[in-house]
Design a protein around this ligand. Structure first.
Ligand code: NAD
Length: 470
């Protein structure tokens, strides 16, 4: 057994002997393994986090923020190494992995640290002193698609708030989390403040979510598992934050510059192989512009040639696993069966490579807004173009899924774009390509989740609010 859990400030072995093999999705070769994990591992980690809690919560916010800022610096020093791990286990193209994966992880920590300096830890309200204090031990359960950022978005805020954390990394991409724990170890956080577990969701994730001594679960992943987390948390009434799936719409109003908006939407749909919760997977286009938009989208999609993710020129790597590849291809098949027009792409695996879980990027046009490919999260490079006749109808279609995570609006008239953007029931809306802001609130309406991450909004999730009447 290797020592690969990080508990109470040391590397330790799992109490179980089973291992999970990690594959490189571009080569299908084994690149490492981690424990498959046990409920006893969870119990040990929660105990370590509980023991560390009081002292960490009493460390001032300034001191905690300094630790988190030092972790950002440490990750920056290791950025190339961690990017390499991430490319190998997720298949994200190297250039994207460097900025959108590892770079974003660093930004999360810096933003949390900066927000902690300005956060209203206490304030007066008439005769009361309002105090915000750490909620306690937080269980963080995270997915594989942005395996660093999804942990740092949680722990940056949780640690700054004074919580201690137990992270259960995705079993599909656990090696990036191990690299993060190595950086945390190098920074020298007090023992037990950060703990890392590995293993399957149904065993380790469930044990963490239901553990009576965990005060809060912060989960990022699929809506189906988010629902299960709520059930597991119910008996102990623990707080739950959920960052779940999406089916975000990019609304191209009829005065939008299609030559800019269409390639931008294709990029926002295909980033990280379409394996992004906020991927803009539906492009809404005025009916009379459908043919032109379709041509531009197919042209943009042709730039996404599936290739070796370690190559700096690659824009589209493999899907993360055989399961994910098959899921994506089954949706392409479904789209064809449901009568949508496949402009480019294939329901068969890409023939460009003899190994690896590669698919061709797909663009469908004339998609019925209620078709499965327009309603369900696919998590692959599959864009659905949906025609509409009026702005009113475009808004209804954009809001017409169970999700509400992100979106975009394009128009030559900035006021008109903003008016439509305000009507979208989702959290992060790009207006005319407005760039991503890690300090802005991120999270979901409806079945895209509960709560927000991002700077002060994230910090607010990890505190209890109390008052002293003076
Ligand atoms: P997933 O829900 O299958 O797994 C996420 C995590 O939950 C993993 O660590 C997994 O082991 C664990 N898990 C699985 N079953 C569990 C259970 N019964 N109890 C406790 N834990 C359990 O998701 P995934 O396939 O890893 O990631 C893709 C999904 O994540 C997509 O739906 C995507 O939209 C979503 N996601 C959301 C956001 C966001 O911020 N809203 C960000 C990234 C990904």
């Amino acid at each position: 057994m290797t020592s690969d859990l990080y508990v109470g400030g040391s590397w330790t072995s799992s109490t179980g002997a089973e291992r999970v093999t990690v594959l490189n999705p571009a080569t299908e070769e084994a690149i490492g393994d981690v424990p498959s994990g046990t409920p006893e591992d969870v119990a040990l980690a929660v105990r370590a986090a509980r023991r560390a809690f009081e002292d960490w919560a009493e460390t001032g916010p300034g001191e905690r923020a300094k630790f988190v800022a030092r972790l950002a610096d440490e990750l920056e020093r290791r950025q190339d190494e961690i990017t390499g791990v991430l490319v190998a286990e997720v298949g994200t193209p190297r250039r994207v992995a460097r900025w959108a994966q590892v770079g974003l992880g660093i930004v999360d920590l810096r933003e949390a640290s900066a927000a902690a300096a300005e956060f209203a830890w206490q304030e007066n309200l008439r005769n009361s002193l309002i105090i915000r204090e750490a909620i306690g031990v937080v269980g963080c359960i995270t997915p594989w698609n942005y395996p660093l950022h999804q942990i740092t978005a949680k722990i940056g805020a949780a640690l700054c708030a004074g919580c201690t954390v137990v992270v259960k990394a995705s079993e599909v991409a656990p090696l990036t989390a191990r690299a993060l724990a190595q950086a945390i170890d190098a920074v020298g956080f007090p023992p037990g403040v950060f703990n890392l577990l590995h293993g399957y969701g149904t065993v380790v994730g469930e044990a963490l979510a239901r553990h009576p001594d965990v005060d809060m679960v912060s989960f990022t992943g699929s809506t189906a598992v988010g629902r299960r987390i709520l059930e597991l948390a119910a008996p102990s009434i623990k707080r739950v934050a959920l960052e779940l799936g999406g089916k975000s719409a990019s609304v191209l109003l009829d005065d939008a510059d299609l030559a800019v908006a269409v390639p931008h939407t294709v990029r926002a749909s295909y980033l990280n192989g379409g394996q992004s919760c906020n991927a803009q997977t539906r492009m809404l286009v005025a009916r009379h512009q459908l043919a032109e938009a379709g041509e531009l989208a197919a042209e943009a999609a042709a730039q996404y040639v599936p290739g070796d993710p370690a190559d700096d020129a690659t824009k589209l790597g493999p899907m993360v696993s055989a399961v994910q590849r098959d899921r994506v291809l089954s949706y392409v098949r479904q789209g064809i069966e449901d009568g949508a027009r496949l402009l480019t792409g294939s329901p068969e695996p890409s023939r460009r490579h003899s190994r690896g879980y590669f698919v061709e990027p797909a663009v469908f046009s004339e998609v019925d807004p209620n078709a499965r490919i327009a309603q369900e999260e696919i998590f692959g490079p599959v864009l659905s173009i949906i025609p509409y006749d009026t702005d009113e109808e475009a808004v209804a279609i954009a809001n017409g899924t169970p999700y509400g995570l992100a979106g975009a609006v394009w128009s030559a008239d900035a006021q008109r774009a903003q008016r439509v953007a305000r009507r979208l029931r989702a959290t992060q809306i790009e207006v005319n390509g407005g760039k991503f802001n890690a300090a802005a609130p991120f999270g979901g309406y409806r079945q895209s989740g509960l709560g927000r991450e991002g700077e002060a909004f994230g910090l607010g999730e990890f505190v209890e609010v109390k008052s002293l009447q003076l």
